[in-house]
Each structure stands twice: as C-alpha cells, then as structure tokens.
Design a protein around this ligand. Structure first.
Ligand SMILES: Nc1ncnc2c1ncn2[C@@H]1O[C@H](COP(=O)(O)OP(=O)(O)OP(=O)(O)O)[C@@H](O)[C@H]1O
Ligand SMILES: [Mg+2]
Length: 594
C-alpha cells in the first residue's frame, strides 16, 4: 500500500499488529488480567465440580462434615471468582481507555498536520467520526473482545474438560447437537458482518447530510432548500434503517437458534444419562450426572457470548482499518530547515506552476516580484487563480514547477514553522474560535501581554465596538464568531495579524460589501496593517487598488498585465475591462476618464 492512498488494503495480520502496538505497552496489567481470567474460568468449573460431592456425599451418603464444609467452599469459590472478575474487567477497561486516548491523540496530531488538500478531499463529518465513533469501536473490541475471547473460551474449555472427565461417552453424545448449532450460526455471522459494514457506511452518509444541514443552514434557508434537504436526509436515514434492520434480524435469530440446539443437546443428555444412572451399574452416580449437566448448562453462556463477539471484533477491526488509513496519510512535508535572521520581505515568483487535479494546471507560469515593503494588488476574474497563488506563500501547497523566493531563499528550503511565522493572513472568510475576543486576537501569540492585545485591537478598530459588548475584550464571540457582524469579524482578524507582526502580509479581501461606515473602519485597520509590510492583496476594493504600489492582473493562471493604475487603464486590456465592470462606480469612472 502506498501511504496516502485511499485504498483500504491492510492485511489483517498487519492490522492486528498495529492495534496490538497500542495495547502492548500495558502488558503487565494485561498479564494480571489474563491470570484473573484463568482464575474465573477455574472457579466456574470448580463450582460445577462441587455439585458432585453435594449430591453424592451430602444427599445420598449424608456426610455431616461435608455438610458444613461444602457450603463454605462454594462461598469461597465465588469470592475468589468475584475478585478475579473485578480485576479482569477493571484492568481491561484501563488498558482499553489508555489505548483509546493514545489513538485519539495520534489521530488528532496527524489531522492537524495534514496538508490542506486533504481537507478538501474529505468531508468534515467523516473525519470527525474517525476520531469519535471509530475509536470507540476499537476500544469496545479491545475490552469486550479480549475478555470474551479469552475468558469465555477458557471457561468453555475447562467445563468441557470436566464434562469429559466425568463421562466421556455421555460427553460425546451431548456433542452430537454441535453441528446443528455451528452450521446456521456461521451463516448468521457472515450476514451480520456484511450488514454491520453497510450500516456503518449508511451512518456515515447520514452524518454528512446532518452536518451540511447544520453548517449550511443559512444557505438552506436562503434558498428554501428545507424540503430538498429533508428529502435527502430521509433517503439516507431510510437506508440506515434498512441496514440496521438486517443487522437486527441476524442478531435476533442467533439466540433462538442457539437455544433450540442447546435444548436438543440437553434432552439427549438427560435421556442417555438418566438411562445410565438407572441401568448402567455404579460408574455413573447421580452426583456425576448432575455435575455433568450443570457444566453443560454453564457452557451455554460463554458460548453464546463467543458467537456474539465476532461482529464486535469485526466492527473494531473495520474501524481500526479506517483509522490507520488516516494515520498513513502523508502529513505536510517539512523538508526545509533554513531560517533567516532578519526577514526583509522581498517575494519573488519564478515560473510557478500548480495544479490541484492532474492535467488541469491552475497556475501556468507565474512571474511576479514584490519588493520589500511594497503593496501589490492582485486583480482578475473569479477563478483566475489568485487565492491559489497566495496560498503557495505560506506553503499551504507546493508549486509543481518553478520557485518562490523570500529574500532570495527558496521557500522550500525554509523551515515550515519559521516560514509561517513570517506570513500573516487575513482571508476572505474570517475563522474565529469560540473564545474571547482577546484570545482570538492573541491566537498564534499566546505570550502576548494584555497591553499588546489592546494596542492591536485599538489599531484595528476593534475597540470601537468592544465597549458595547458585555465583558469587553473578554466577551466570548460564539462559534465561528457568530455573535459578531462581518465587519467586526474582519477587524478582529486584522488585529490578530497586527499582533502577529509578520513581515509579509497576505490579504484576500472579502467580496461581500460592507456598509460604507464599516468599510471605512475596516479600511483604516488594513492601512495600519499594510504599513512597512510586504503585502500581496487580492483586491476587490477600489481603495485598496489605489493604495497599491503596483497592480498585477491575473487571467487563467498567468500574470498578464502589470503596472500602475494609470498605465493599465491606458492599455485598454483586462484591467480596463475589470475597472469598468467591477471596481468603480460610474461617478468615479467619469472622473477618471473625463
Ligand atoms: N481545493 C481545490 N481543489 C481543486 N480545484 C480547486 C481548488 N481550489 C480552487 N480550485 C480551482 O482552481 C481555480 C482557481 O481558483 P482560485 O480560488 O485560485 O481562484 P480565485 O482567482 O481566487 O477566484 P475568486 O476571485 O473567485 O476568489 C478554479 O478553477 C478552481 O476551480
Ligand atoms: Mg479567491
């Protein structure tokens, strides 16, 4: 398997090995719980065995010493079994929970370091269910799976041993029923496995629709998409129901099938055993027979659990497979190791090519120089590749061909962490964390003092609306900043970038127009921010274009025109067209041309 590919081709041996690696560090506890399991199995068998002297010595021979000793023995046996059972369950949970935490930590760490492309390929709901649901499944298969597999197998084997020890002929007779159980049960198990896999898939699609209903609710409302979404959801949840019913049917059938088979075994044993006690001489005493029957009956529960454990283990393995697939994904590479003492902030693109999908280059030989401290405005039609181009600067993506240089050093040679420290980004959509304003501003600079945060907030125009919020800078912004207006969110993002104080600034201006008042406030914050910084700004606002030292016009992944506003207008090319159609109001245009 090539790591990073999406095919689930793990050999199950490899899968077991990797899961074991999460359990193995706790082997001393595992060993103790193993011993405890042996004790439980032994004690259960011991109780079955004690029935023989109870019947033969107490009821038939009326032995008075044993009348006292045996009840005590039974209590002792159960005490030992109780302690062992507790130890086994507690320790296995302890191990399972540790393994689960480790797995989650590893997954989340890996998630954080995934390249951006990963997130556009995978739905958020799917990734979230890897970390929550799938990890739970693995934990269940470790705790319940191991306990049942070892403890119940041991118990069944010990009891079987006792049964053969008591009377091997009778034991053989009782086993006649076994093929009766195994045949249909194997078929049921296969069915269960298949249906539980489909049920998980159905659940994942359902989760995706729910997630879109939550995250995209505003759009759904705006486009009256409720009925469509509801119909879509109903379809998914109906599929989920059907798959679950298949699973439920197989599960419901397995108990009666087992019990009927068991009843046949017991009937055989009673008939043949009773016959031998009555007519078979003194070999089989009533005590032996009852102890035999008890052991046989006691085998039923562990056997039943054993047949039921397979789906749990299968689900755990399937979840483990999905988890490891994600862990095998290539994280973001950090091949570079260089850092620079002082960054001036000179950026240069040299014949930069990039494609998201093979064969469809989005950037086709970008050449652009941004001298230190200059502001270059990028303009171009939607889809021209502007956002893509600026995303290469913090190395969210790597160019397929060509180079980008910072102060003459190839970005690929720089340490990733260092590089990102040099770049501040204010993007089209402001992402805020559900925390206080102050914490959102200080994101990326957790060491910043309160004064520094306030200064950045003041410069970005955050202070102008802070007083109206309860708690001021300690006001919690709500999930994604839901409790702030668009302009307020943007000013917060500007404050965050100001505090970061990186020499390079990337601005992807929001296309949504703000009202003139907020626009002016945001603009003021931006001007503060651009001061003394190399700025690459994707411009949608007239004011930004006017403020720029140079304008680069993009079309189909190339920089096709470069120059000042006046030069570009005079050329009468794409810029002149954009100017007419997008940027200027009619009054401004006539002022410019007339
Ligand atoms: N994650 C992605 N995966 C695949 N293709 C993408 C991805 N992001 C963008 N593209 C494609 O790359 C092209 C350029 O997109 P980009 O976002 O750079 O345009 P843009 O110039 O920023 O447009 P806008 O002004 O609308 O923001 C588009 O054709 C788009 O379909
Ligand atoms: Mg864009």
């Amino acid at each position: 398997m090539t790591p990073g590919s999406d095919q689930p081709v793990q050999s199950s041996v490899g899968l077991y090995g990797r899961l074991l690696a999460y359990v193995w560090p706790h082997w001393p506890r595992l060993a103790v719980s193993l011993v405890a399991m042996i004790v439980v199995a032994g004690a259960t068998t011991g109780v079955a065995y004690l029935l023989k002297p109870v019947i033969d010595q107490i009821f038939i021979e009326e032995d008075e010493t044993l009348l006292l000793l045996l009840p005590l023995g039974i209590i002792g046996m159960y005490l030992v079994k109780g302690v062992a059972n507790y130890l086994e369950t507690y320790l296995l949970s302890w191990i399972g929970q540790r393994a689960m935490r480790q797995l989650r930590d590893d997954l989340f760490a890996r998630l954080l370091h995934m390249p951006l492309g990963f997130f556009s390929e995978h739905a958020a709901g799917t990734l979230i269910s890897r970390l929550t649901y799938d990890v739970d499944q693995v934990e269940r298969s470790i705790t319940r799976g191991l306990s049942t597999l070892i403890k119940d197998t041991l118990t069944a084997v010990f009891l079987l041993g006792l049964v053969f020890y008591h009377d091997w002929q009778l034991a053989l007779v009782s086993l006649i029923g076994l093929p009766l159980v195994i045949g249909p049960l194997a078929r049921l198990t296969r069915k269960l496995r298949k249906s539980s896999r489909s049920s998980q898939l159905a659940r994942a699609s359902m989760t995706r629709v729910i997630e879109e209903g939550v995250v995209g609710n505003r759009v759904i409302k705006a486009f009256n998409g409720e009925d469509y979404e509801h119909a879509r959801f109903h379809k998914e949840s109906e599929t989920h129901r059907k798959q679950n019913m298949r699973k439920a049917q197989a599960t419901a059938l397995s108990v009666p099938v087992m019990e009927i088979a068991a009843a046949i075994c017991i009937a055989l044993v009673i008939y043949y055993g009773g016959y031998r006690v009555m007519f078979g001489g003194d070999e089989t005493t009533p005590g032996t027979f009852f102890s035999f029957l008890a052991a046989l009956l006691m085998m039923y529960d562990p056997l039943k659990r054993l047949t039921k454990i397979n789906p749990v283990i299968q689900q755990g393995l399937a979840a483990g497979e999905r988890i490891f697939q994600m862990l095998d994904f290539h994280p973001e590479g950090n091949e570079g190791s260089r850092t620079l003492d002082r960054v001036r902030g000179e950026l240069a693109f040299e014949d930069v090519w990039f494609e998201y999908e093979p064969g469809a280059p989005v950037l086709q030989g970008i050449d652009l120089e941004v001298p230190a401290g200059h502001v270059v405005a990028l303009v171009g039609l939607s889809g021209a590749g502007k956002s893509t181009m600026v995303n290469l600067v913090p190395r969210f993506y790597r160019p397929d061909r060509g180079h980008i240089y910072l102060d003459g050093v190839d970005l690929g040679d720089l340490d990733l962490h260092f590089l990102r420290d040099q770049v501040a980004i204010v993007s089209q959509e402001v992402v805020l964390f559900n925390d206080t304003l102050a914490a959102n501003i200080a994101y990326g600079r957790p060491d910043a003092t309160r004064e520094e945060v306030e200064e950045a907030a003041r410069a970005a125009g955050v202070m102008e609306y802070v007083d109206r919020l309860e708690g001021g800078l300690d006001h919690v912004v709500g999930e994604g900043g839901a409790r702030l207006s668009g302009g307020q969110r943007q000013r917060l993002a500007i404050a965050r970038a100001l505090l970061g104080d990186a020499p390079i600034l990337i601005l992807d201006e929001a296309t949504s127009s703000l009202d003139p008042q907020s626009e002016k406030l945001v603009q003021r914050g931006l001007e503060q921010l651009m001061q003394d910084r190399t700025t690459l700004v994707i411009a949608h606002r007239l004011a930004t274009i006017q403020r720029a030292d140079a304008i680069a016009v993009m079309d189909s992944g190339r920089v096709v025109e470069q120059g000042s506003h006046a030069e570009l207008l005079a050329r009468g090319g794409i810029y002149a067209y954009l100017w007419e159609t997008q940027f200027a109001t009619p009054a401004e245009q006539s002022a410019e041309t007339g």
